[in-house]
Design a binder for this molecule. Structure first.
Ligand code: NAP
Length: 281
C-alpha cells in the first residue's frame, strides 16, 4: 500500500489528503489509549495525514491524546481543531486556541474551525480567527455545521470569504447536502469535509450495502467510505480507534464502485429532491 494519497485543494491552492482521520471519543478511556495512538500513527504512515479534533472532545482529553500520538509526526500532519461557539468571541478564540495548542503540544494549528454556529456574531469570530492567522497560531480557519444560508451570511461578513472549508455531516445515509450545499461549495470553490462518513458506525443493517460489500469482498464501512470519496471537492475523516479499521479505511480509497453499485445505492438511499435542513451529530 502506498502512502501517496488522493488530495483536494483548499481555496488558496494548498492540497490536503482526501482521506483523513477523526478523533471524537478517543482519549476518553485509558484502556483504549495504546490502540488509539497506534491507530492514528498507522493512519499517518498510510498517508491519512489530515487529523481532525476539537476542544470539546473528551473535555480536552482527546487533544492531549492526539498531541501524544503525533509526537515526531507533527510536520507530516495537517492538524485541525475546533472552537466551541461559546468561546468564539474575538478574545475567546485566542484563549481557546492557546489551550488547544498546549494540549496538542504544538505551536500552530493548520486549520481552526468554528464547531457550530452560536450566539457570537460571525463578524467577531472572523476577526478573532484572522488575528490568530496574523499571530501565526493558525494557518487557515473554517466553519462546521454551516448550512447554505449560513455560508451565504458568512460570505457577507468582512473577510468571511477567507473561510477554507466547511465540515459537515455527510454520508450515504444522510444525503441532504447534495441538494444545495455541495453545489454551493462547487460554485464558490469551497471544499467540504464530510464527518461521520460511516454514520458513527450506525449504517443500516440489511441494506444494499451488504450485497455490494460482498461483491467487492470488502466491508460495508469500506463501501460507505468509497461512496463519500467519489465526490470531488470533498475530503473525509473517519474515526477508527483500531489499526485494522484504519487499514481497511485506507484501502477504501482504492475501491471503485461501479455504475450499477451507485444505481443500487441511489434506489435505496435516495438523493434529495428538495431542501433538507443540514443534520448534525
Ligand atoms: P464515523 O467516522 O462515521 O464512525 C466512527 C465509528 O465507526 C467508530 O465506532 C469506529 O470504530 C467505526 N469504524 C470506523 N472505521 C471502521 C471500519 N473500517 N470497520 C468497522 N468499523 C469502523 O463517525 P464519527 O467519529 O462521528 O465521525 C468522524 C469524525 O468526524 C469524528 O471523529 C470527528 O473528528 C468528526 N466529527 C465532527 C463533528 C462536527 O460537529 N464537526 C461531528 C461528528 C464528528 P473503532 O473506533 O472501534 O475503530
Amino acid at each position: 500500500m502506498t502512502t501517496d494519497i488522493a488530495s483536494i485543494a483548499l481555496p488558496g491552492g494548498e492540497r490536503i489528503a482526501k482521506l483523513g482521520q477523526g478523533t471524537w471519543e478517543m482519549g476518553e478511556r485509558g484502556s483504549r489509549k495504546a490502540d488509539e495512538i497506534a491507530a492514528l500513527r498507522e493512519g499517518v504512515a498510510l498517508g491519512m495525514t489530515l487529523v481532525d479534533t476539537a476542544e470539546m472532545y473528551g473535555d480536552g482529553a482527546t487533544e492531549t491524546l492526539v498531541g501524544e500520538a503525533l509526537q515526531g509526526l507533527r510536520e507530516d500532519v495537517f492538524l485541525v481543531s475546533k472552537v466551541y461557539p461559546h468561546n468564539a468571541s474575538r478574545r475567546g478564540v485566542e484563549r481557546a486556541c492557546e489551550a488547544s495548542l498546549k494540549r496538542l503540544n504544538t505551536d500552530r494549528l493548520d486549520l481552526y474551525l468554528l464547531h457550530w454556529r452560536g450566539g457570537v456574531p460571525l463578524e467577531e469570530t472572523v476577526q478573532g480567527f484572522e488575528a490568530l492567522v496574523r499571530a501565526g497560531k493558525i494557518r487557515y480557519w473554517g466553519v462546521s455545521n454551516f448550512d447554505t444560508e449560513d455560508m451565504e451570511e458568512l460570505f457577507e461578513v468582512p473577510g468571511g470569504d477567507a473561510c477554507a472549508i466547511n465540515q459537515i455531516l455527510y454520508n450515504v445515509a444522510r444525503r441532504g447536502p447534495e441538494y444545495d450545499l455541495l453545489p454551493w461549495g462547487s460554485a464558490h470553490g469551497m471544499p467540504l469535509m464530510a464527518y461521520s462518513p460511516v454514520d458513527h458506525a450506525r449504517l443500516p443493517r440489511r441494506s444494499p450495502l451488504d450485497d455490494i460489500a460482498s461483491r467487492h469482498g470488502v466491508s460495508i464501512y469500506q463501501v460507505a467510505l468509497a461512496w463519500v470519496l467519489r465526490q470531488p471537492n470533498v475530503c473525509t475523516i473517519p474515526k477508527a480507534g483500531r489499526v485494522d479499521h484504519v487499514r481497511d479505511n485506507r484501502a477504501a480509497l482504492d475501491l471503485v464502485l461501479s455504475a450499477e453499485d451507485h444505481a443500487t445505492l441511489d434506489a435505496y438511499f435516495k438523493p434529495p429532491r428538495s431542501k433538507r435542513p443540514l443534520e448534525m451529530l
